[in-house]
Write a protein that binds this ligand. Structure first.
Ligand code: DC
Length: 235
């Protein structure tokens, strides 16, 4: 029991699934901050597995070698005022896991059932009081099917490529809109067509198309929906 009388397994969960560039990452962080809940960025775990593979010389198709690597990832998430710092085997990889190549490696290792199995319990351990916002592809379908509220965010591939383009430009990196669009389409297809835990809305998920919505508008809608269900500070 925590000081609020809520056990870890009772801590409420909001899952936010959807394709890359749907705004999930930013929206999940803002909603978690607003509620004072914990945040699981499950994509980071797949990105870290891909990076660990690269550093240990493990092939991205070698499922038998990737499984123990994923199961024993030596990673620390350090909350900082400017965001979460990610430490892999003692090294700050916060930026290294955010590149397009890291995203592509993540999508490849994420297609392997043994890797997904190896990361399952680590993800479930994030369910801690007072609550959890879980950001990913299969949060509502596989990892937390019991979640109190499930959201599936979408946006057109063109809009998502444009968002990513702006993000990269703001970070001072060069980018090509047409190659970003192509990468997004390749990754969407791989994530949706894999045989294990494909990117899909849960049957009981609320789908929200963010193509024409601003981030604050989406955050408002989610916190209002949570409040209607008796969850969160406005409940
Ligand atoms: O959300 P992201 O871009 O950081 O995710 C990187 C890749 O990891 C993405 O292409 C698919 C995969 N992923 C997944 O398969 N399941 C999750 N729960 C989260 C991410």
């Amino acid at each position: 029991m925590s000081e609020h009388g809520v056990t870890a397994t009772q801590a409420p969960i909001l899952t936010i699934d959807g394709p890359g560039g749907s705004g999930k990452g930013t929206i999940s962080r803002l909603v978690a901050d607003r509620l004072g809940w914990n945040l699981l960025d499950s994509g980071a775990l797949y990105r870290l597995t891909g990076l660990a593979a690269l550093r240990h010389g493990v092939d991205l198709t070698d499922e038998a070698a990737l499984e123990p690597l994923a199961a024993h990832l030596d990673v620390v998430f350090e909350p900082m005022p400017e965001g979460v710092r990610v430490i892999l085997e003692g090294e700050d990889v916060t930026r290294a896991i955010r590149t397009e190549q890291a995203g592509d490696r993540a999508s490849q290792v994420a297609a392997l059932p043994a890797v997904r199995r190896a990361l399952l319990q680590r993800q479930r351990n994030f369910q801690q009081p007072p609550g959890l916002v879980a950001d990913g592809r299969d949060m509502g379908t596989v990892v937390f099917p019991q979640a109190e509220l499930k959201i599936f965010l979408t946006a057109s591939a063109e809009e998502r490529a444009m968002r990513r383009y702006r993000q990269l430009r703001e970070a001072g990196e060069t980018a090509s809109l047409s190659s970003l669009l192509k990468e997004i389409q390749v990754r969407d297809t791989r994530d949706m067509q894999r045989s294990v835990a494909p990117l899909l809305p849960a049957d009981d998920a609320i789908e929200l198309d963010t193509t024409h919505l601003t981030i604050p508008e989406v955050v408002e809608r989610l916190t209002a929906t949570l409040a209607q269900r008796g969850l969160g500070p406005e409940a």
